[in-house]
Design a protein around this ligand. Structure first.
Ligand code: 7PJ
Length: 292
């Protein structure tokens, strides 16, 4: 499990759906929050989530090539209002049920809340994506009980304050060591490495320099053998580096996605599924051409 070849051939069992990781896959972001940073509120009519609109958005992402849809009901944007477990479940579960009933796709739930992990698994989720890497009390046990694959993300600090003064010695080494520790905690709790993905957590308690060092050194994480997921789509590092507003960050996001895949990432989390799918399809096509 510690060489990249094991990732190349990896297939994740996501509640009976096989997720093939021999080529990079696209995870489409669906935020059911009134306040997420790049698309918050776009699925809302006033205070209420427009389920039909959200389902149309989900269907379009599947048609555009998303292998996974990631539904999140908590905004982790610094300064976002905290959400209670009950609110989070009320936001996520109705849409999850509709998608599970109507679309053929792996549904990931972007949550740190143990009760939501369990309930989502009962209603058709195929993956758990936790930006807190199962550190909330009860999260390891809940994720283990679901039997689903889990994505463990690195974050320094907590969302509210993580961007205040992020600091590292060797950021790549520290992120790899942290994720190693979380993988070990998972294994101790009965989550086998075949169910684990890891994510360096771009933008979560990191300066632009930290993010770029992590991207440049991403292969050091990929070499550990766990499938690597990355979220770079529209992130503020792009704004800081080249001065683009959030709705002007697609070209830079595509470049970052390809650079990440080149360094071993196998799942790319994005708001822009069609464009990201096409960019990664070109990457895969070149690989196939070279090996012919
Ligand atoms: C990430 C995420 C990420 C994973 C968010 C945003 C902020 N989950 N959830 N990785 N980002 N695994 O979409 O920009 O980078 S929320």
């Amino acid at each position: 499990m510690s060489n990249p070849a094991s990732v190349t051939g990896a297939v994740l069992d996501c509640a009976g759906r096989a997720l093939e990781l021999s080529r990079p896959q696209v995870m489409g972001v669906i935020n059911v929050t009134p306040d997420s940073f790049s698309d918050g509120g776009t699925l809302y009519a006033g205070d209420a989530l427009d389920l039909d609109l959200a389902l149309r958005r989900a269907r379009a992402m599947v048609d555009d090539g998303a292998a996974i849809l990631d539904i999140g009901g908590e905004s982790t944007r610094p300064g976002a209002a905290p959400v209670t477990p009950g609110q989070e479940m009320d936001r996520v579960l109705p849409l999850l049920e509709r998608i599970a009933a109507e679309l053929d796709v792996v549904i990931s739930v972007d949550t740190s809340t143990p009760d939501l992990m369990l309930e989502a698994a009962n209603r058709g989720a195929g993956m758990i994506n936790d930006v807190r890497a199962l550190t909330r009390p009860g999260a390891l046990a809940a994720a283990a009980a679901t039997g689903l694959p889990v994505c463990l993300m690195h974050m320094q600090g907590e969302p509210g304050s993580m961007q205040v003064n992020p600091s590292y010695g060797d950021v790549v080494a520290e992120v790899v060591a942290y994720l190693e520790g979380r993988v070990a905690a998972c294994v101790e709790n009965g989550i086998t490495t075949r169910r684990i993905l890891v994510d360096p957590g771009f933008g979560f308690g990191k300066t632009v320099a930290h993010n770029m060092a992590l991207l440049a050194g991403l292969s050091r994480l990929a070499e550990r053998g766990w499938p690597v997921l990355v979220g770079l789509s529209r992130k503020s590092m792009i704004g800081k580096l080249i001065g683009r507003d959030v709705d002007e960050r697609l070209p830079a996001s595509l470049a970052l996605a390809v650079m990440a895949v080149e360094r071993g990432a196998r799942v790319v989390r994005t708001h822009d599924v069609r464009a990201t799918h096409d960019a990664l399809a070109m990457w895969s096509a070149l690989g196939e051409t070279i090996t012919q």
